[in-house]
Design a protein around this ligand. Structure first.
Ligand SMILES: Cc1cc2nc3c(=O)[nH]c(=O)nc-3n(C[C@H](O)[C@H](O)[C@H](O)COP(=O)(O)OP(=O)(O)OC[C@H]3O[C@@H](n4cnc5c(N)ncnc54)[C@H](O)[C@@H]3O)c2cc1C
Length: 337
């Protein structure tokens, strides 16, 4: 049975390290527990927030309701043949522990997603991605508990409507489902994806290219570039990379000849948000308790005692300056609560 804690501090439960409290907090380790808990929450008629590892949220104040963490554990082999293995994973499993486990078994597909913080159950929500891989490439299906009906559902990959840092769980179904399990299909004869960023260069330091060395290379690159939330509060990339019309990108390139751009097909161009923020002069800037990381302009940081509102205020100022300078709207990737 789940235990409900009152006036619970979430400081250690969000990677920004923002010091906020929730009126009630609980963890549920099975679908049955989650259903019982939702029934209780409905009786009390207080707001609900589902929390995973807290690495993609910004709390802007105390939460006057129930925060629940799905703590469903387990990695179960669903099927396998000589080429593929399908694994059903509980939402409460730590994502990077799962990646490490698969790499050790020599099952390929998620090694490039090493060291992304958070829970396995959250990975479909924004279709986590890094180093040329998105988790949609290996997801078979996503199981959920519907908050209003308490029925369970299974969404096949194509029903999840995955996109760049996007899925149906961020849009039409936002706040309506609790993800309980995710099933992945991994390869027993892995095909490596190395043509992204400086991965190949980093792998030159290794004798062999295999899942272990790729994982190690990704971890080393990430550790050299990104601030560790345990040391300095952050939620990774705060903004999404904007995708704009080709004609607008062409106009901007007349003014900013050094602007990087990536063709997305269908007349769309992706521009790195980090470049825009750096060009607007924000890189390394500190304002009181908050700032833009000195090595990675996409990452907003909490230097100590920042409130969520201070971080959000900085984000709004950055968005405003990007509109003024480039006429581009930056979307926030982090979930504001
Ligand atoms: C240092 C750092 C680096 C990062 N690097 C990357 C990166 O390279 N690529 C990338 O894509 N992301 C990256 N992120 C972002 C983050 O790690 C991912 O978005 C991750 O999937 C968030 O998982 P979480 O469990 O911490 O989610 P949380 O922050 O707890 O929650 C995120 C959202 O999902 C909802 N939610 C959580 N669990 C469930 C559930 N079981 N059912 C329904 N809704 C749920 C929450 O309500 C919230 O809206 C990084 C973050 C940090 C701090």
């Amino acid at each position: 049975m789940f235990e409900i804690k009152e006036n619970f501090s979430l400081k250690n439960y969000n990677s920004f390290g923002v010091d906020v409290k929730t009126r009630y907090y609980t963890e549920c380790s099975s679908v049955e527990e989650l259903s019982d808990f939702i029934r209780l929450q409905k009786e009390k008629n207080l707001p609900l927030f589902i929390l995973g590892g807290g690495s993609n949220v910004l709390f802007t104040g105390d939460f006057e309701g129930y925060v629940v963490r799905p703590a469903i554990k387990g990695i179960e082999v669903i099927s396998e043949n000589e080429n593929d293995i399908q694994l059903k994973v509980g939402a409460g499993e730590d994502w990077d522990d799962f990646v490490e486990y698969c790499v050790k078994q020599n099952w390929g597909g998620i090694e490039n997603l090493s060291l992304i913080p958070g829970n396995a159950g959250t990975c479909p929500i924004q279709n986590i991605g890094a180093y040329g891989v998105e988790v949609k490439d290996v997801i078979v299906d996503v199981e959920t508990l519907c908050i209003s009906t308490l029925k369970t559902y299974r969404f096949k990959n194509e029903e999840c409507k995955f996109g760049y840092r996007d899925s149906i769980f961020k849009r039409k179904l936002k706040g309506t489902q609790i993800i309980t399990h995710v099933t992945f299909n991994l390869k027993k004869q892995p095909v490596f994806k190395l043509n992204y960023g400086n991965l190949t260069e980093e792998l030159n330091r290794h004798d062999k290219v295999n899942l272990q060395s790729i994982r190690k290379a990704v971890i080393d690159i990430r550790n050299s570039k990104l601030p560790k939330p345990e040391e300095i509060g952050n939620a990774g990339s705060f903004f999404k990379n904007p995708v704009i019309e080709k004609s607008k990108a062409n106009d901007l390139m007349i003014l900013f000849a050094d602007m990087p751009s990536y063709d997305q097909g269908e007349g769309k161009i992706k521009i790195p948000a980090g470049w825009l923020i750096e060009k607007a002069g924000w890189k390394g800037k500190r304002i009181g308790n908050v700032g833009v990381h000195e090595k990675q302009s996409l990452v907003l940081v909490n230097y100590g005692n920042a409130t969520g509102s201070e971080i959000l205020h900085l984000a709004r100022n950055i968005q405003q300056s990007i509109i003024v300078l480039f006429d581009i709207e930056l979307d926030i990737e982090v979930n504001i609560v």
